[in-house]
Structures are given as structure tokens and as C-alpha cells.
Design a protein around this ligand. Structure first.
Ligand SMILES: *Cc1c(COP(=O)(O)O)cnc(C)c1O
Length: 378
């Protein structure tokens, strides 16, 4: 095998080429256009929300979603510590301060009990809690049912970071439909991609309109350029929306492939004492974006770095889970309510190649190298 094998590389081919060329030939090269409109309608219908606003990235969707909820300087925003830095960065862009909440051990998603504790502590402090931002880790939706109920008790709006979970569900409801709004991402490594891009999904017409307004440099509806607010250049290009529509038409197939890869790993590790598939046995509602294993090295006799180094020698990429935000130097002074779970998962999990673009030969190669590692290790 000569190709380097990545955790999750873009899965694009002839269909994507056709859509992007069609968008280009339509003459809508400048930002916005009919593919952006159609992409928004298709995704809103899929998720079951009234409004979708296509944006330049998932980070932009988080940023404008927070601004639309009225989050600003002096506010506190509660978010998951087990996430990618973009979630916390978007909070900081608004002038608010992130406060981190630890996770459930099984899913890595925000622990509702800790969320309640954090809200209880903060509610007497005089600080305004601007929003709660749960994150759907590796394509498993957070427990929206409990999180939204707790948030409602305290009157705090929820903005879901659904960057990793497009196509997943929570108790029958599509990811991206929870809370006041959700932000999803179409970055190159996500379940479907526009190379870079994102979307804000919401039932709130005012929030959608405000997001669209801010994303287009906050222009007033007059012929000359008139501005009463600070705006952003956060729109999605029509060419990229064409790519997104091709990807969206293949979403179910791409999820099926990722799930099939996870099933191969589950089979392989079934008889291996000390290794479990991260996220628990019940993943039927997940989009299976990335598959990670949890390694108990006291039982396996080998460590995460042993396996990572073995696969790296064959140009097979692996990675730990996100380094929790409360352990990041840049957020060292931010408050965090921890139970040790995020840190433990950071120490014990390894993400394996999970992309839908892997060929049958590449899959067989990865499974074969893992089988060799396990037979040598036992
Ligand atoms: C990818 C990701 C983002 C950022 O999305 P971009 O489109 O890359 O800006 C935000 N949050 C999480 C949890 C992500 O995985």
C-alpha cells in the first residue's frame, strides 16, 4: 500500500465535479446565487427547521449564532471542555468568557448534571449567562432532552455545536434541530464537505435574518452603502454550495460507509480484552463521523502510543481525541467544572481511519495491519 491513509479525507468524485462545473457555468461565481438558496432549502428540509443560512465556516455559524442570541462582553457562555478549539474561540470573538463543563465517560458529551451544578453556582453570581453550547462529539448527539430542559429552567438559550453530527439523530430528532439554533460545519474532514463552509439552522426567523444581515457586512437596504452595525464577510460562495449539494445527495451513502467501517472495527476488537469502541454500543442514531477506541492498557498490555507508532510506520494516521479546552494553555485561566472524564478520554482514546472515501483495498490494509499488531501483542 503506497497511499498515506488519513483519519477522514474528503470523499469527492465525478458527481461533485459535475455540480461545481454547473454552478460555474451558470454564471453565479460571485458569492450567493441559486445553489446557495437551494442548498439552504435542502438542508433545512432534511433537518426539519424553518431556516438555514449558509456561511463561510462552522466557526462563523457559531460566532453569528452567539451574536444573534445577544451574547456579548461580560457574559459567560457554558460549553463542553471536550471539543475542538473553534467552539471556545467563537465565544471569545463575541467578548464573552467561556466556562467549561466536563463530559459523560461513555459519550464524551456534556454531562447534564455538571451543567446544572454550574448554572446553580453562576445564578447567584450576578453574571449574565449568555448561552449554553453543547457539542455533538464525533457524530453522537449530546443529550439535548436533558440539556434543553435544564437550560429552560434557568432561562438560558442553547446554541448547539453540531459541526460533527450532520445526519445524526437524538431520540428520532435530527441533529441540528435542537436548541434555539445549531451550527454545523462542512470543513474538508467532516461527514460532508464544501471544502470550507458551515450553516446556521434554526426555527427562529428573526435569528436567521439577523445572521444573514451580519454575514453580508451588515448593509442597510438602501442603494448606497449604509451601516449601523459592525458586519462580517461570512457568506458561502455559490460554487461551494454546488459542491455541498452534490455531497448532500450522497450523505446517506457516506454515513453507511462510515458505519460499515465502524462495524469492521467492532468485529475486530470484539474479542480483545481492554479495547472498546468509544461511544457505547448504542450508535444507531450516530452519523459515525469518526471511530475511536478506548484502550485500557493495564488489560491490553500495550498502550495507545504503541498502536499509534505501529500504524504510523505504515503511513496510517491515528489521533487522540480533542485535547480538552480546560487543559489548553490559551484557556488556562477560564473556569471549568470537571469530573476527570474528558482528561481520561484524552489519555485513553485513539481515533482510527474512518473516512467514507477509503477503498475496499485500503480498508483491508488497515484491518490487516491491526490484526497483525494484535497477534504480535498477545
Ligand atoms: C470542525 C468543528 C468546528 C469548526 O468548523 P469549521 O467549519 O472548521 O469552522 C467547530 N466545532 C467542532 C466541534 C468541530 O469539530
Amino acid at each position: 500500500m503506497t497511499n498515506r491513509i488519513y483519519i477522514s479525507s474528503p470523499d469527492v468524485g465525478d458527481l461533485e465535479e459535475k455540480y461545481v462545473m454547473a454552478a460555474m457555468r451558470s454564471g453565479w461565481i460571485a458569492p450567493l446565487g441559486p445553489d446557495v438558496d437551494a442548498f439552504e432549502l435542502e438542508l433545512a428540509a432534511c433537518v426539519g427547521v424553518k431556516h438555514a443560512v449558509a456561511l463561510s465556516s462552522g466557526t462563523a455559524a457559531l460566532h453569528l449564532g452567539l451574536l444573534g442570541l445577544g451574547v456579548g462582553p461580560g457574559d459567560v457562555v457554558l460549553t463542553a471542555t471536550m471539543t475542538f478549539a473553534a467552539t471556545a474561540n467563537a465565544i471569545v470573538y463575541t467578548g464573552a468568557a467561556p466556562s467549561f463543563i466536563d463530559c459523560e465517560l461513555e459519550t464524551g458529551n456534556m454531562d447534564p448534571t455538571l451543567l446544572r451544578q454550574s448554572l446553580e453556582r453562576l445564578s447567584g453570581s450576578g453574571q449574565k449567562i449568555g448561552a449554553i453550547v453543547p457539542v455533538d462529539l464525533l457524530g453522537k448527539a449530546a443529550n439535548y432532552t436533558e440539556i434543553c430542559a435544564i437550560a429552560a429552567e434557568y432561562g438560558v438559550p442553547v446554541l448547539v455545536d453540531a459541526a460533527e453530527s450532520f445526519g445524526a439523530k437524538h431520540r428520532g430528532r435530527p441533529a441540528g434541530s435542537g436548541g434555539r439554533a445549531s451550527a454545523t460545519s462542512f470543513n474538508g474532514n467532516k461527514i460532508m464537505t464544501t471544502s470550507v463552509g458551515g450553516m446556521l439552522l434554526t426555527d427562529d426567523a428573526g435569528l436567521a435574518a439577523h445572521t444573514r444581515y451580519l454575514a453580508g457586512q451588515a448593509r442597510q437596504p438602501v442603494a448606497h452603502y449604509e451601516h449601523v452595525d459592525i458586519g462580517y464577510n461570512y457568506g458561502m460562495s455559490n460554487l461551494l454550495a454546488g459542491l455541498g449539494r452534490a455531497q448532500f445527495s450522497r450523505l446517506d451513502e457516506m454515513i453507511r460507509r462510515r458505519r460499515a467501517m465502524r462495524d469492521r472495527y467492532r468485529q475486530l476488537f470484539l474479542g480483545v480484552d481492554g479495547v472498546e469502541i468509544f461511544g457505547g454500543v448504542d450508535d444507531h442514531e450516530d452519523n459515525c463521523w469518526l471511530t475511536a477506541i478506548v484502550i485500557d492498557s493495564a488489560r491490553t498490555g500495550w498502550s495507545r502510543s504503541d498502536l499509534g507508532a505501529f500504524l504510523r510506520a505504515d503511513e496510517i494516521e491515528t489521533r487522540p481525541l480533542w485535547k480538552p479546552m480546560h487543559l489548553q494553555p490559551v484557556f488556562a485561566s477560564a473556569p471549568a467544572l470537571t469530573n476527570g472524564n474528558a482528561e481520561r478520554l484524552f489519555q485513553t482514546c485513539l481515533i482510527l481511519p474512518s473516512g467514507s472515501a477509503l477503498s475496499q483495498a485500503e480498508i483491508a490494509w488497515v484491518i490487516g495491519r491491526l490484526t497483525t499488531f494484535l497477534s504480535r501483542a498477545s
